[in-house]
Structures are given as C-alpha cells and as structure tokens.
Design a protein around this ligand. Structure first.
Ligand SMILES: [Fe+2]
Length: 188
C-alpha cells in the first residue's frame, strides 16, 4: 500500500490568526500556506472559510478551518475531552520539558509530564480549546516487540469484555501484572 504519511489533519478553529500565532510562536511550527474560499470545493455549499496549514514535517501539515458564518464551534459532548486531542512528537523528554517551560512562561496551564510507559507527554489547550499533547516516544525495542505480540489478543479481549485486562505497561517499560493502578494500560 503506497500511503506514505499524513498529508494533513484538519480541525476547526475559533480564530485563524490566533491559531497561527500560537502554533508558530509557541510551538515553533511553520505557517506554510492558506486557502480562503466562500464555497466548499467538495460540496459547493456556501460556507466562507479560511484553511490554514502549519508544516509539521516535509509534506505533513496540521490544518485548521475558521468558518465565518457557522454557529460557534464546540466539541463532542458525549466524548470526554481527554479523548479528543492531537499529539505532536518531539525527539526527547528534554524537549517535552522545554515546551512545558515555554508554555507555562506564556501563562498556559500544562498538565504533565505524564509517563505512559511508551510515551512521555504534556497536555495543554490551544486558543480554540483543542487539547494538544507534546510527546516523545520512550519505547524500547523489547517493549515494542512485547506490545506488538500482544496487540491482537488485547483487541480480541477488549471486544469481548470492554474492560482492561490485569496487565499493563509498567513504569519500568515492561509489561507487568496488575494490582498497582500505576500499571493500568496506556491511557491519556
Ligand atoms: Fe495521545
């Protein structure tokens, strides 16, 4: 299959300028380009909008729409807000720490660093209220293999029980038995 990477992921934003300023000035993304239209190209309906693209890596963009005529934006009320998020990867936990400092110095509330066993992450809100995660992978080859080997069985079990099994990603970076709430499987 020839899929290479994300071209872009697109979210709605409340204010395109504030969004571009936030992602460029605080997170260091590049404002690559924008498209403004009064009619939706795919459906033809009237819905004036600007579509801004922030370059994450060559050929991959984080994109936002600001709509000028639509009702105020909201989020899915039936899905917990910790589920609705976007995650950006950095190369090391030092970088995660650096972003935490930059964001807090700008007056933005930051949750974490949270250790998921396979990721170390911080969480905060962008100007539209999107929950953003900055994360680094802390996935050893050994743990990657263990998780991969277990993934089919885990999905099968979840499909039957809709409950997490008594096994999780241990803080030390290996799969371990339960009993300790810290050992619960990957969560946000
Ligand atoms: Fe996440």
């Amino acid at each position: 299959m020839p899929i290479q990477r994300f071209s872009h992921v697109a979210y709605r934003c409340a204010d395109a300028r504030k969004t571009v300023d936030f992602y460029t000035q605080l997170l260091g993304l590049e404002y690559a380009f924008a498209v403004a239209e009064n009619y939706v190209p795919s459906t033809g309906e009237f819905d004036p909008h600007i579509h801004v693209f922030l370059r994450v890596s060559p050929g991959s963009y984080l994109a936002f729409f600001e709509l000028s005529e639509a009702p105020e934006m909201g989020f899915d009320p039936n899905t917990p807000d910790w589920v609705q998020h976007l995650a950006l990867q950095v190369p090391s936990v030092e970088e995660v720490r650096r972003y935490k400092e930059v964001l807090e110095n700008a007056g933005i509330a930051v949750l974490g660093i949270t250790d998921h066993g396979i990721f170390k992450s911080i969480y905060f809100r962008d100007p539209s209220g999107h929950r953003v995660e900055i994360t680094c992978e802390s996935l050893s080859d050994e743990l990657c293999e263990q998780l991969g080997a277990r993934s089919k069985a885990l999905l099968d079990e979840w499909s039957h029980t809709r409950r997490a099994p008594d096994i999780g990603i241990h803080r030390s970076g290996s799969l371990a038995g339960a009993g300790n709430p810290e050992d619960r499987p990957l969560r946000e």
